[in-house]
Design a protein around this ligand. Sequence first.
Ligand code: ADE
Length: 288
Amino acid sequence: MRIDVVSIFPEYLAPLELSLIGKARQDGLLDLRVHDLREFTTDRHRTVDDTPYGGGAGMVMKPEPWAQALTAVAAGRAERAEAAGQSEGAGDAGVPGAPDAAGSAGKPVLIVPSPAGERFTQATAHELAEEDQLVFACGRYEGIDERVLEWAADHFTVRPMSLGDYVLNGGEVAVLAMVEAIGRLLPGVVGNPESLVEESHSDGLLEYPVYTKPSSWRERDVPAVLLSGNHGKIAQWRRHEQYRRTAERRPDLLAEFDAGKLPRADRTAFADLGYDVVDGHLVRRPDA
Ligand code: ADE
Protein backbone atom coordinates (compact mmCIF):
# COMPACT_ATOMS: atom_id res chain seq x y z
CA MET A 1 0.00 0.00 0.00
CA ARG A 2 1.10 3.56 -0.73
CA ILE A 3 0.26 6.30 1.78
CA ASP A 4 0.93 10.02 1.28
CA VAL A 5 0.47 12.45 4.16
CA VAL A 6 0.42 16.22 3.57
CA SER A 7 0.95 18.41 6.63
CA ILE A 8 2.51 21.70 7.74
CA PHE A 9 4.14 19.69 10.56
CA PRO A 10 5.83 16.74 8.84
CA GLU A 11 7.82 16.03 12.04
CA TYR A 12 4.54 15.22 13.77
CA LEU A 13 4.41 12.00 11.72
CA ALA A 14 7.83 10.78 12.94
CA PRO A 15 6.29 8.05 15.17
CA LEU A 16 5.28 6.25 11.97
CA GLU A 17 8.96 5.25 11.73
CA LEU A 18 8.62 3.19 14.93
CA SER A 19 7.24 -0.17 15.96
CA LEU A 20 5.06 -2.28 13.66
CA ILE A 21 4.35 0.47 11.13
CA GLY A 22 8.04 1.44 10.97
CA LYS A 23 8.94 -2.21 10.44
CA ALA A 24 6.26 -2.60 7.75
CA ARG A 25 7.84 0.37 5.94
CA GLN A 26 11.32 -1.14 6.23
CA ASP A 27 10.01 -4.48 4.97
CA GLY A 28 8.45 -2.79 1.94
CA LEU A 29 4.85 -3.67 2.96
CA LEU A 30 3.96 -0.01 3.26
CA ASP A 31 5.37 2.87 1.19
CA LEU A 32 4.59 5.93 3.34
CA ARG A 33 5.68 9.44 2.30
CA VAL A 34 5.17 12.66 4.26
CA HIS A 35 4.99 15.96 2.35
CA ASP A 36 5.37 19.49 3.76
CA LEU A 37 2.45 21.65 2.55
CA ARG A 38 4.68 24.75 2.70
CA GLU A 39 6.81 23.29 -0.11
CA PHE A 40 3.80 23.98 -2.35
CA THR A 41 3.51 27.69 -1.54
CA THR A 42 4.96 30.37 -3.85
CA ASP A 43 5.25 33.44 -1.60
CA ARG A 44 8.27 34.48 0.48
CA HIS A 45 6.48 33.73 3.77
CA ARG A 46 5.27 30.31 2.63
CA THR A 47 1.73 31.29 3.67
CA VAL A 48 -0.81 28.51 4.10
CA ASP A 49 -3.66 30.33 5.89
CA ASP A 50 -5.82 33.43 5.72
CA THR A 51 -8.80 35.02 7.50
CA PRO A 52 -12.24 33.43 7.04
CA TYR A 53 -14.81 34.96 4.70
CA GLY A 54 -17.90 35.87 6.74
CA GLY A 55 -15.76 36.69 9.76
CA GLY A 56 -15.25 34.72 12.93
CA ALA A 57 -12.37 33.41 14.96
CA GLY A 58 -9.28 31.67 13.63
CA MET A 59 -7.76 31.15 10.22
CA VAL A 60 -8.62 28.97 7.23
CA MET A 61 -6.14 27.04 5.07
CA LYS A 62 -5.75 28.63 1.63
CA PRO A 63 -6.84 26.49 -1.33
CA GLU A 64 -3.92 26.89 -3.76
CA PRO A 65 -1.13 25.22 -1.75
CA TRP A 66 -3.47 22.26 -1.22
CA ALA A 67 -4.30 22.03 -4.92
CA GLN A 68 -0.57 22.09 -5.78
CA ALA A 69 0.28 19.46 -3.17
CA LEU A 70 -2.56 17.12 -4.10
CA THR A 71 -1.82 17.52 -7.81
CA ALA A 72 1.79 16.50 -7.15
CA VAL A 73 0.63 13.44 -5.20
CA ALA A 74 -1.82 12.47 -7.95
CA ALA A 75 0.92 12.94 -10.59
CA GLY A 76 3.17 10.62 -8.61
CA ARG A 77 0.45 7.99 -8.78
CA ALA A 78 0.09 8.46 -12.55
CA GLU A 79 3.85 8.06 -12.99
CA ARG A 80 3.90 4.90 -10.92
CA ALA A 81 0.95 3.50 -12.87
CA GLU A 82 2.72 4.26 -16.14
CA ALA A 83 5.92 2.64 -14.92
CA ALA A 84 3.81 -0.39 -14.02
CA GLY A 85 2.28 -0.39 -17.52
CA GLN A 86 -1.25 0.77 -16.64
CA SER A 87 -3.13 3.86 -17.82
CA GLU A 88 -4.32 6.29 -15.16
CA GLY A 89 -7.80 5.64 -13.83
CA ALA A 90 -7.87 2.22 -15.41
CA GLY A 91 -8.83 -0.82 -13.44
CA ASP A 92 -7.78 -4.38 -14.13
CA ALA A 93 -9.97 -4.41 -17.23
CA GLY A 94 -8.09 -1.40 -18.64
CA VAL A 95 -11.33 0.63 -18.73
CA PRO A 96 -10.85 4.22 -17.52
CA GLY A 97 -12.62 4.70 -14.23
CA ALA A 98 -13.45 1.02 -13.88
CA PRO A 99 -13.21 -0.33 -10.35
CA ASP A 100 -9.78 -1.81 -9.68
CA ALA A 101 -9.00 -4.77 -7.46
CA ALA A 102 -9.28 -2.48 -4.43
CA GLY A 103 -12.85 -1.58 -5.27
CA SER A 104 -12.40 2.20 -5.63
CA ALA A 105 -13.11 3.68 -9.05
CA GLY A 106 -9.42 3.90 -9.98
CA LYS A 107 -8.95 6.97 -7.78
CA PRO A 108 -6.90 7.13 -4.60
CA VAL A 109 -8.87 7.85 -1.43
CA LEU A 110 -8.27 11.31 0.04
CA ILE A 111 -8.92 11.25 3.77
CA VAL A 112 -9.40 14.63 5.40
CA PRO A 113 -9.30 14.27 9.20
CA SER A 114 -11.93 16.55 10.72
CA PRO A 115 -14.30 16.52 13.70
CA ALA A 116 -16.95 17.24 11.05
CA GLY A 117 -16.23 14.00 9.17
CA GLU A 118 -17.87 10.58 9.13
CA ARG A 119 -16.82 8.39 12.07
CA PHE A 120 -13.66 6.30 11.56
CA THR A 121 -14.32 2.79 12.92
CA GLN A 122 -12.72 -0.65 12.76
CA ALA A 123 -15.00 -1.35 9.78
CA THR A 124 -13.58 1.76 8.04
CA ALA A 125 -10.05 0.55 8.80
CA HIS A 126 -10.82 -2.81 7.14
CA GLU A 127 -12.38 -1.08 4.14
CA LEU A 128 -9.43 1.30 3.66
CA ALA A 129 -6.88 -1.52 4.11
CA GLU A 130 -8.15 -2.86 0.75
CA GLU A 131 -7.13 0.30 -1.14
CA ASP A 132 -3.84 0.59 -3.03
CA GLN A 133 -3.27 4.27 -2.16
CA LEU A 134 -4.46 6.55 0.63
CA VAL A 135 -3.73 10.27 0.83
CA PHE A 136 -4.19 12.12 4.12
CA ALA A 137 -4.64 15.91 4.10
CA CYS A 138 -3.93 17.28 7.58
CA GLY A 139 -5.86 20.47 8.20
CA ARG A 140 -4.90 22.93 10.93
CA TYR A 141 -6.57 26.09 12.25
CA GLU A 142 -10.32 26.19 11.46
CA GLY A 143 -9.91 23.79 8.53
CA ILE A 144 -9.26 23.76 4.78
CA ASP A 145 -11.15 25.99 2.29
CA GLU A 146 -14.17 23.85 1.37
CA ARG A 147 -13.57 24.32 -2.37
CA VAL A 148 -10.45 22.12 -2.11
CA LEU A 149 -12.63 19.15 -1.21
CA GLU A 150 -15.01 19.85 -4.11
CA TRP A 151 -12.12 20.28 -6.58
CA ALA A 152 -10.32 17.18 -5.29
CA ALA A 153 -13.35 14.98 -6.01
CA ASP A 154 -12.28 14.88 -9.69
CA HIS A 155 -9.04 13.14 -8.76
CA PHE A 156 -9.78 11.40 -5.46
CA THR A 157 -12.54 9.68 -3.55
CA VAL A 158 -12.81 12.33 -0.84
CA ARG A 159 -13.67 11.18 2.69
CA PRO A 160 -13.68 13.68 5.59
CA MET A 161 -13.19 11.48 8.63
CA SER A 162 -13.47 11.95 12.40
CA LEU A 163 -11.83 9.90 15.14
CA GLY A 164 -14.55 10.80 17.61
CA ASP A 165 -16.67 13.56 19.06
CA TYR A 166 -13.92 15.81 20.33
CA VAL A 167 -11.69 18.43 18.75
CA LEU A 168 -7.96 18.05 18.13
CA ASN A 169 -5.70 20.90 17.07
CA GLY A 170 -5.13 19.39 13.65
CA GLY A 171 -5.29 16.23 11.59
CA GLU A 172 -1.82 14.86 12.41
CA VAL A 173 -2.73 12.95 15.58
CA ALA A 174 -5.78 11.53 13.80
CA VAL A 175 -3.54 10.37 10.93
CA LEU A 176 -1.21 8.60 13.38
CA ALA A 177 -4.22 6.73 14.75
CA MET A 178 -5.79 5.92 11.37
CA VAL A 179 -2.53 4.81 9.72
CA GLU A 180 -1.82 2.50 12.65
CA ALA A 181 -5.35 1.05 12.62
CA ILE A 182 -5.23 0.50 8.84
CA GLY A 183 -1.56 -0.50 8.58
CA ARG A 184 -1.82 -3.31 11.12
CA LEU A 185 -4.50 -4.95 8.95
CA LEU A 186 -2.20 -5.17 5.90
CA PRO A 187 -1.00 -8.71 5.18
CA GLY A 188 2.28 -9.47 6.99
CA VAL A 189 2.30 -6.41 9.27
CA VAL A 190 1.09 -8.17 12.44
CA GLY A 191 3.21 -11.31 12.96
CA ASN A 192 0.36 -13.51 14.20
CA PRO A 193 -2.82 -12.67 12.23
CA GLU A 194 -4.82 -14.65 14.85
CA SER A 195 -4.36 -11.70 17.20
CA LEU A 196 -6.50 -9.60 14.84
CA VAL A 197 -9.45 -11.93 15.33
CA GLU A 198 -10.15 -11.77 19.07
CA GLU A 199 -9.77 -8.08 19.79
CA SER A 200 -12.15 -5.25 20.60
CA HIS A 201 -14.50 -4.32 17.75
CA SER A 202 -13.63 -7.37 15.62
CA ASP A 203 -17.09 -8.79 16.46
CA GLY A 204 -18.93 -5.63 17.51
CA LEU A 205 -18.06 -6.14 21.18
CA LEU A 206 -15.28 -5.04 23.52
CA GLU A 207 -12.49 -7.50 24.22
CA TYR A 208 -12.53 -9.76 27.32
CA PRO A 209 -10.00 -9.06 30.14
CA VAL A 210 -6.60 -10.78 29.89
CA TYR A 211 -4.17 -12.05 32.55
CA THR A 212 -0.64 -13.44 32.72
CA LYS A 213 1.67 -14.95 35.36
CA PRO A 214 1.77 -14.97 38.34
CA SER A 215 -1.64 -16.53 38.93
CA SER A 216 -1.82 -14.79 42.31
CA TRP A 217 -0.57 -11.20 42.54
CA ARG A 218 -0.99 -8.79 45.44
CA GLU A 219 -3.80 -10.95 46.83
CA ARG A 220 -5.63 -10.94 43.51
CA ASP A 221 -6.21 -14.25 41.75
CA VAL A 222 -6.64 -14.91 38.06
CA PRO A 223 -10.24 -16.21 37.47
CA ALA A 224 -10.09 -19.95 38.18
CA VAL A 225 -11.74 -20.93 34.89
CA LEU A 226 -8.68 -19.67 32.98
CA LEU A 227 -6.49 -22.18 34.86
CA SER A 228 -8.95 -25.06 34.34
CA GLY A 229 -7.74 -26.20 30.92
CA ASN A 230 -11.42 -26.52 29.88
CA HIS A 231 -11.39 -24.72 26.53
CA GLY A 232 -15.18 -24.72 26.12
CA LYS A 233 -15.67 -23.16 29.56
CA ILE A 234 -12.89 -20.63 28.91
CA ALA A 235 -14.43 -19.57 25.58
CA GLN A 236 -17.84 -19.17 27.23
CA TRP A 237 -16.39 -17.17 30.15
CA ARG A 238 -14.57 -14.88 27.75
CA ARG A 239 -17.73 -14.31 25.68
CA HIS A 240 -19.75 -13.49 28.77
CA GLU A 241 -17.03 -11.08 29.94
CA GLN A 242 -17.27 -9.37 26.55
CA TYR A 243 -21.02 -8.96 27.09
CA ARG A 244 -20.54 -7.66 30.64
CA ARG A 245 -17.88 -5.15 29.65
CA THR A 246 -19.74 -3.95 26.60
CA ALA A 247 -23.00 -3.51 28.57
CA GLU A 248 -21.11 -1.56 31.23
CA ARG A 249 -18.86 0.62 29.06
CA ARG A 250 -20.43 0.78 25.60
CA PRO A 251 -24.14 -0.10 25.73
CA ASP A 252 -24.51 1.73 22.39
CA LEU A 253 -22.66 -1.17 20.72
CA LEU A 254 -25.22 -3.70 21.98
CA ALA A 255 -28.00 -2.00 20.00
CA GLU A 256 -26.16 -3.05 16.81
CA PHE A 257 -25.29 -6.55 18.01
CA ASP A 258 -26.89 -9.51 16.18
CA ALA A 259 -28.36 -11.54 19.05
CA GLY A 260 -30.57 -13.72 16.85
CA LYS A 261 -28.47 -16.88 17.05
CA LEU A 262 -27.24 -16.67 20.64
CA PRO A 263 -27.19 -19.97 22.57
CA ARG A 264 -29.40 -20.21 25.65
CA ALA A 265 -26.49 -19.69 28.10
CA ASP A 266 -25.61 -16.43 26.34
CA ARG A 267 -29.22 -15.20 26.46
CA THR A 268 -29.18 -15.94 30.17
CA ALA A 269 -25.94 -13.98 30.54
CA PHE A 270 -27.58 -11.02 28.81
CA ALA A 271 -30.74 -11.41 30.91
CA ASP A 272 -28.53 -11.17 34.03
CA LEU A 273 -27.15 -7.91 32.60
CA GLY A 274 -30.70 -6.57 32.12
CA TYR A 275 -31.07 -7.28 28.38
CA ASP A 276 -33.74 -9.36 26.62
CA VAL A 277 -33.52 -10.62 23.05
CA VAL A 278 -36.45 -9.24 21.01
CA ASP A 279 -36.59 -10.00 17.26
CA GLY A 280 -32.87 -10.76 17.21
CA HIS A 281 -31.96 -7.50 18.96
CA LEU A 282 -30.89 -6.81 22.51
CA VAL A 283 -33.34 -4.59 24.35
CA ARG A 284 -32.66 -3.21 27.81
CA ARG A 285 -35.43 -4.05 30.26
CA PRO A 286 -36.96 -0.82 31.59
CA ASP A 287 -36.68 -2.06 35.19
CA ALA A 288 -33.01 -3.16 34.81
N1 ADE B 1 -9.15 17.06 13.58
C1 ADE B 1 -9.57 17.77 14.62
N2 ADE B 1 -10.36 17.03 15.40
C2 ADE B 1 -10.44 15.81 14.82
C3 ADE B 1 -11.11 14.62 15.13
N3 ADE B 1 -11.89 14.50 16.21
N4 ADE B 1 -10.97 13.57 14.30
C4 ADE B 1 -10.23 13.68 13.22
N5 ADE B 1 -9.57 14.77 12.86
C5 ADE B 1 -9.66 15.84 13.66
